[in-house]
Design a protein around this ligand. Structure first.
Ligand SMILES: [Zn+2]
Ligand SMILES: [Zn+2]
Length: 228
């Protein structure tokens, strides 16, 4: 079995994260993982998200955590893959992990900046990407309400290592009801200070982001949930 972290943030891009990309990679290397997906936050929903940057600069800065992690991974022998955690600025708390598309795809699709969530999900899935609703039943002060888009995602994250048993269980029931597959991730913002880890094991070594999407769609994976 090959072990992967599927939901991980870097300090370079995600303001809420505390660990730089290189340390994240070193940490997972020590834990014996084959690889990890860097899924930094990526906010869309209007020009203000750019903070006066061009789209190109916005993509470049949004991918810096991945770029540094990839460089470190190449040196340390850890497979680092790209993904992102999409959020619409008007619907904070509804987060969608997106896999299978690369930075060039983002660069050539600036229209996603202005898209409603459903259009975004349709667009990335039509392009061959995979959309996972991350921690759909998360409850937190800043989240106005729980929002579900069962007809517009491929899978649902459950368990997420940073959510409660109730939130994870409810997410699993939701997924089952709608025939969505279950996905697991740590949502690691803390690197080695994290004690519980969730993720994906595969029998085949993941060759690329597209290969990962293929394995997920075929159900060729197992979720894991461990305490360190
Ligand atoms: Zn975060
Ligand atoms: Zn996250």
């Amino acid at each position: 079995m090959y072990r992967y972290e599927t939901h991980c943030h870097t300090k370079e891009v995600s303001l809420c994260a505390k660990i730089p990309a290189k340390e994240v990679v070193r940490f997972y290397k020590k834990q014996g993982y084959t690889g990890l997906f860097i899924t930094d936050h990526f906010k869309c929903g209007g020009d203000h998200c750019l903070q006066d940057k061009s789209w190109e600069t916005y993509i470049y800065t949004s991918c810096q955590g991945y770029a540094r992690a990839k460089e470190a991974g190449d040196q340390m022998g850890v497979d680092v893959f790209f993904g992102w955690e999409y959020t619409h600025a008007s619907y904070i708390g509804a987060d969608f992990l997106t896999f299978g598309l690369d930075q060039d795809w983002l660069l050539s699709h600036p229209e996603i900046l202005h898209m409603p969530i459903r259009d975004y999900l349709t667009t990335v899935r039509n392009a061959g990407g995979l959309a996972i609703h991350a921690h759909p039943f998360r409850e937190q002060g800043y989240i106005e309400m729980i929002r579900l888009l069962p007809r517009h995602v491929d899978g649902v994250e459950s368990p997420n290592a940073n959510r409660t048993p109730f939130e994870n269980q409810t997410a699993a029931e939701y997924a089952e009801k709608y025939g969505l597959f279950l996905f697991a991730g740590t949502d690691n913002h803390r690197g080695k200070d994290q004690t519980r880890f969730c993720g994906i094991d595969t029998e085949q070594k993941v060759q690329s982001e597209a290969h990962f999407v293929h394995l997920l769609k075929q159900g060729k994976f197992q979720r894991f949930d461990i305490q360190r």
